[in-house]
Design a protein around this ligand. Structure first.
Ligand SMILES: [Zn+2]
Length: 266
């Protein structure tokens, strides 16, 4: 490498550091602020019980039994049974072919990433069948910059305000068809191109409620993404700048399972 080449290289490194340092120090201060409460941590999961909203047709979804009591045994334990797709849960790619990865096989690093929040509360209030178009993803990018590889993209419909009222949350018509907003196939394709790790929503499904073919499920899970469904209230999430940690049950061979989702707010 020539002297000129070397100084050019060093200048490039310095410029890269200037760009990288503020971001990494921002992230460090975000982590350091957790114990003091300076960094807010939101829990985006619902507590699991038999009172949640199951998918239409699921008759048995949760059961808990007391196995040992303090009075009898000196300690307290329970056993529980539940569906993999109940309450706040993760869909692993294996849930919908051609997806293959089961919940235990999703790499841990893919379960953490910057949160992108796409807000459709206004559109969803007017039209419960609203599907987020790809153009809305591009509009988000105009405001906040290109979506990063490994991001986790959340659709904020406002439907969490209806939880756990099954009738209002599912919003079924006379034929039993559900009505709530979702991602469009076009938006899913664009987000797959951006190499995001997962899609999430504050409704029962990533696909809009009236979907008959689950197009987004097939596309996104087929591309190796995962879904976070029935997320709790997203109203405090910024459109950009939060960091998400999704911790699903590590159930061998599972098509998905209950997930605890935390958001770190700057
Ligand atoms: Zn799903």
């Amino acid at each position: 490498m020539s002297a000129v080449g070397r100084s050019g290289f060093l200048a490039t490194c310095a410029a890269a550091l200037m760009i990288l340092l503020p971001q990494s120090s921002r992230q460090n201060s975000m982590l350091e602020g957790i114990p003091s409460g300076k960094t807010r941590v939101l829990d985006l999961s619902y507590a699991i019980s038999d009172k949640l909203v199951p998918w239409p047709g699921d008759e048995k979804f949760f059961e808990a039994k007391v196995n040992a009591t303090v009075e009898k045994n000196g300690y307290f334990t329970r056993s529980f049974w539940m569906l993999e797709h109940y309450g706040t849960h993760l869909d692993a790619p294996a849930h919908f072919p051609p997806g293959k990865t089961t919940v235990d096989q999703i790499p841990a690093r893919k379960l953490m990433g910057p949160a992108v929040v796409l807000d459709v509360r206004t559109e969803g209030a007017k039209d419960a069948d609203f599907q987020l178009p790809a153009a809305s993803v591009e509009e988000w990018e105009k405001r906040h910059g290109r979506i990063l590889e490994g991001a986790i993209v959340l659709l904020r419909t406002g439907w969490a305000s209806r939880w756990p009222d099954a009738q209002r949350y599912r919003n079924q018509d006379g034929q039993g068809k559900m009505h709530f907003p979702g991602f469009s196939a076009g938006a899913a394709k664009l987000l797959i191109e951006r190499k995001v790790s997962g899609l999430g929503c504050d409704t029962m499904s990533i696909d809009y409620g009236a979907s008959g073919d689950f197009a987004v499920h097939h596309l996104a899970l087929g591309a190796g993404l995962y879904h976070l469904e029935n997320l709790a209230d997203l109203s405090e999430m910024p459109e950009s700048g939060a960091f998400l940690v999704a911790a699903p049950i590590k159930l061998e061979g599972g098509s998905g399972g209950p997930v605890r989702v935390f958001a770190l707010l700057p």
